[in-house]
Design a protein around this ligand. Structure first.
Ligand code: SF4
Length: 115
């Protein structure tokens, strides 16, 4: 999901509108449209969500039923395989991560509010 913080780089993104939200497009195999040979082709301009997302922490904040669903994806399998790399700081950050991962929506723009 793209935020208003990403607006200066919208021209660089392959994205679509989902209702009032803007999200990056995916390839038919589910990978991000900007992923090529395991590298991000827009790395210097990657969206805020890519700068803050941590699949391991994402796993930890999901309800158990969603963890099962997440595990069926490539990213979910990678997250599960790397759970043991979470350190004490990562665990302590989980409540704040949960808050960052569920931003409030700006009623005026329809975009997640910047934090
Ligand atoms: S960091 Fe990953 S998800 Fe984000 S734009 Fe780049 S390839 Fe896509």
């Amino acid at each position: 999901m793209l935020t208003e913080q990403d607006e200066p780089n919208f021209h660089a993104y392959n994205y679509r509108h989902v209702g009032d939200l803007r999200v990056l497009n995916n390839k038919p195999n589910g990978e991000c449209a900007h992923l090529a040979d395991n590298f991000c082709t827009i790395y210097k301009k990657r969206p805020q969500v890519c700068r803050t997302y941590d699949c391991r922490k994402h796993w930890k904040i999901l309800p158990e039923s969603e963890q099962h669903r997440f595990r069926k994806s490539d990213m979910g399998r990678a997250a599960f395989a790397s759970l043991s790399t979470l350190d004490a700081d990562d665990i302590a950050d989980l409540p704040a991560y949960r808050q960052r991962a569920t931003p409030a929506i700006d009623a005026k723009t329809g975009l997640p509010k910047a934090k």
